[in-house]
Write a protein that binds this ligand. Structure first.
Ligand SMILES: C[S@@+](CC[C@H](N)C(=O)[O-])C[C@H]1O[C@@H](n2cnc3c(N)ncnc32)[C@H](O)[C@@H]1O
Length: 212
């Protein structure tokens, strides 16, 4: 297999996993409690203009869209998108939903004022490639806003997350031991803020495309 074929196979696997979990996703998310909703609000507070949401899932961020924002949202899983479409219709949310791979965004360079993602770069098979695409489609003066869970630096939790990662990756396509802030930098973005929301695991990351 060529590296390209390996990448496509890994992406297809993630898509199948999310197609499978789509029907339980909202229930699992609700079990996480209300703080996730608070963090989503905090994430979207900074969004504006023409916004790209990467990995929209079932549309749990829709209630937090800022008034007047024009939002385009993509996801690799058609089952997740079906739910997002239904949610948008029922709530009257004016969002354009597209099936697309974050690692191969079909938008011209410098299109969006804001790119937002929550709990996505733990699943994208090649997160640096996905974040390079985010950088490419974001305007030079734009903002990239991420809410992500990452590997803890704790001497106990970090290795535990490494140990559990094959299980979460196999079950749901989620990697719990990624260094997403590091991946943001490796993709050429400049991290402006990195705020710990819960321990050093849930983070709000604000970045700039650093094109100038
Ligand atoms: C954990 S869910 C998060 C969904 C939503 N952002 C939220 O906060 O509820 C991860 C989402 O990322 C999507 N995803 C994973 N890999 C992707 C890729 N390469 N391109 C686009 N979406 C992807 C999955 O299909 C899934 O909907």
């Amino acid at each position: 297999m060529t590296p390209g074929e390996v990448g496509r196979a890994r992406t297809a696997l993630v898509r199948r996993k999310y197609d499978r979990v789509a029907r339980y996703y909202d229930l699992m998310e609700r079990m996480g409690g209300s703080r996730m909703d608070r963090w989503r609000r905090e994430l979207w507070r900074r969004a504006g203009g023409l916004v790209l949401e990467v990995g929209v899932g079932t549309g749990l961020n829709f209630p937090h869209h800022p008034p007047g924002a024009r939002v385009v949202a993509i996801d690799i899983s058609s089952a997740m998108l079906d739910r997002a479409r239904r949610r948008a219709r029922e709530a009257g949310v004016p969002v354009r939903l597209l099936c697309m791979d974050a690692q191969e965004l079909a938008f011209p360079d410098d299109t969006f004022d804001t790119v937002v993602a929550s709990c996505v770069f733990c699943s994208v098979p090649d997160p640096v490639l996905g974040l390079q695409e985010v950088r490419r489609v974001c305007r030079p003066e734009g903002r990239v806003l991420l809410l992500e869970h990452v590997r803890s630096c704790s001497a106990v939790l970090g290795p535990l997350m490494d140990w559990l990662n094959p299980v979460t990756a196999w079950l749901q396509g989620v990697n719990i031991n990624r260094d997403t802030a590091g991946n943001v930098r490796r993709a050429g973005l400049e991290v402006l803020e990195e705020t710990n929301l819960w321990r050093d695991i849930f983070k709000l990351i604000v970045a700039n495309p650093a094109k100038r």
